[in-house]
Design a protein around this ligand. Structure first.
Ligand SMILES: [Zn+2]
Length: 271
């Protein structure tokens, strides 16, 4: 499975050296590395997703160490799926998703714990440069960042965010892992998440969001989605072209952000 370059127009953040690195990926050894740190990962032989997840995990670990931010949270499981692997239609149209409660998601698989991540198998998965290019083009006007890792960061930030919410409010679902991890009497975490996912945004603020964080942020009406988009933008901005962390992502938080959103981000980053 060789990666083919398109010759010109490499997408945002993607260099020829990185493409070479992606090409050399051994998916099984990345799965084994994740296993060692407690993440049950099955990338269905995808170099694209295993490489992207590994990069995102290492970058966020470094951010957490250097800038003391709680971003070293890991998803309990990661899966790559095809539409017909899904038990229902809920994840069909998206590029990937994160589950807020423990559930059976894929046919012939066990229940996945809350916070698990799912990535849709890409049509061009065997031609990684095309896959990343497609992601870039898709993200350019719609998402907060055109970086080729943006979608992976976005889903990862959902895991981080829901972990933070359960830590604060507890978890009232049935999943055995989150039940033990976030134990609290009268827990309301799931209820909180549902509230955060459906808020009213005044038109003026919506325009601000669209201008600064893309169309998706403006349209979603969900604080969870805005959190993922803002964090993705500021994290990708803090990387140089070799994907080295050169700045504190928080330096890129716009000063004039709407208060409700700044507050939500600061609360969830414990700052
Ligand atoms: Zn999302």
């Amino acid at each position: 499975m060789n990666i083919q370059g398109t010759g010109s127009g490499l997408c945002s953040g993607l260099t020829r050296n990185l493409i070479k690195d992606f090409n050399r990926i051994n998916v099984g050894s990345i799965e084994a590395e994740f296993q060692k740190i407690g993440v049950d990962a099955d990338f269905k032989n995808s170099k694209l997703f295993s490489g992207s997840c590994k990069l995102v995990q290492s970058i966020l670990y470094e951010v957490s160490q250097r800038f003391h931010l709680p971003l070293d949270v890991l998803p309990p499981s990661i899966r790559v799926f095809r539409n017909n692997d899904l038990l229902d239609d809920s994840g069909k149209c998206s590029w990937g998703f994160c589950i807020i409660d423990t559930a059976k998601v894929l046919k012939n698989e066990q229940e996945f714990e809350a916070g698990s991540l799912f990535f849709k198998k890409h049509r061009f998965d065997s031609v990684i440069i095309s896959g990343l290019q497609t992601m870039y083009l898709k993200a350019r006007n719609y998402c907060s960042s055109p970086h080729f890792l943006a979608h992976t960061f976005h889903e990862w930030f959902h895991t981080i965010n829901i972990n933070q919410i359960y830590k604060k409010f507890g978890y009232e679902g049935e999943g055995s892992l989150p039940k033990a991890k976030y134990y609290r009497a009268n827990a309301t975490g799931i209820e909180k998440i549902e509230d955060y996912a459906d808020i009213y945004i005044y038109p003026q603020k919506r325009r601000y969001l669209e201008k600064n964080f893309g169309q998706y942020s403006a349209e979603t009406g969900s604080l969870l989605e805005m959190f993922a988009e803002v964090m993705t933008q500021i994290t990708t901005k803090s990387l140089n072209k070799n994907l080295e962390l050169v700045n504190n992502p928080l330096d890129y938080l716009p000063k004039n952000m709407p208060r409700f959103l700044r507050q939500f981000i600061e609360e969830n980053l414990e700052i």
